[in-house]
Design a protein. Structure first.
Length: 317
């Protein structure tokens, strides 16, 4: 039986079930969730509800849940790894049949995920890859490889040799540390000089302050590398459009596209968070219908510059 047929079967079996998505600001409710949608109730623990990247992921997941006849409940961890573990435990107590994890701390969520697995809950991770065997399938980007790809793009454009750069990171994020380390390894080997990395804490306001402090202390930087949306938006806010220091980073927003137009932003690694949400729900629906887990579903990146930014404009209007 192919996957599209399986998903159609899930949707048909659940035609009387209303797919639903929470606002993401409340705690997951306790109760007999498994009975509410019979076979497909998905709990999703999200990092925050402020970054466009995560809200787009939620939209894709909701869209796929409605198509598959699943109930989707989203809990907002608000950048708190302890709350994220608690949200997972609440979903387990609630009796969900599937779980999507967008991990803040890839090690911190493991005990709660072990309990979920022990209770027979099928699990998919998005964006942050967990230890092998911790979940059924990982959906997303190979962040280490993508960091290398971004670094190689910088090298190929002749922007690395002799350049000085700094980094705005989120040190609590395992994947953003991967993106930094792999990027730096490539461009440093090609002749770039690293100055310092500052912590934007994965929050736009803090990232803007960190970026401002960085460029104030190091006025000789050729570019700032940013490892996620809050850091990229923060760096754009901190720098003047005509600044000699440019931005190379991750994740588009309307502000970042404006930065590309002004010449401040040189390139952005763009993921497809909506598709990641879609793929995660589709994978859980298929697994619950008896399919073998895929293990890894790759969602490719695109390096966006002034030459190919136009198709993204309407997404971020």
């Amino acid at each position: 039986m192919n996957r599209s047929f399986r998903l159609a079967a899930v949707a048909t079996a659940a035609t009387l079930t209303l797919a639903a998505c929470s606002t993401g600001n409340e705690e997951p409710t306790t109760g007999e969730a498994g009975e509410a949608a019979d076979e497909c109730v998905i709990g999703m623990t999200q990092i925050n509800q402020t970054a466009t990247f995560f809200t787009q992921m939620n939209e894709g997941a909701q869209e796929a849940a409605e198509a598959a006849g699943c109930e989707l409940q989203i809990a907002n961890a608000n950048n708190d790894s302890a709350k994220q573990s608690s949200d997972i435990e609440n979903f387990v107590s609630q009796g969900v049949t599937g779980l999507i994890v967008v991990a803040i701390d890839v090690n911190g969520v493991l005990p709660a995920l072990e309990r979920a697995t022990a209770d027979g809950i099928r699990t998919v991770a998005i964006d942050a890859q967990l230890d092998e065997g911790a979940v059924d399938t990982f959906v997303g980007v190979d962040n280490e490889a993508a960091g290398e790809e971004a670094g190689q793009w910088v090298v190929d454009q002749g922007l690395a040799d002799g350049a000085k750069y700094g980094v705005v990171n989120a040190r609590s994020s395992f994947i953003q540390n991967q993106r930094e380390d792999s990027f730096r390894a490539v461009i440093d080997d090609a002749g770039a000089t690293f100055t310092q990395s500052v912590d934007g804490e994965n929050v736009q306001e803090q990232a803007a302050t960190a970026a401002q402090n960085l460029v104030t202390a190091r006025r000789d930087l050729d570019f700032v590398y940013t490892t996620g949306e809050p850091a990229t938006v923060g760096a754009v806010a901190a720098l003047d459009a005509d600044s000699d220091t440019k931005v190379i980073g991750w994740d588009l927003t309307a502000e970042v596209i404006a930065g590309i137009d002004s010449g401040l932003v040189t390139a952005v690694v763009q993921q497809d968070p909506r598709q990641e949400g879609v793929e995660a729900v589709n994978e859980l629906a298929a697994i619950l219908d008896g399919a073998e887990p895929e293990g890894f579903i790759s969602v490719p990146i695109t390096i966006v510059t002034e030459e190919n930014v136009d198709p993204y404009r309407e997404i971020f209007e």
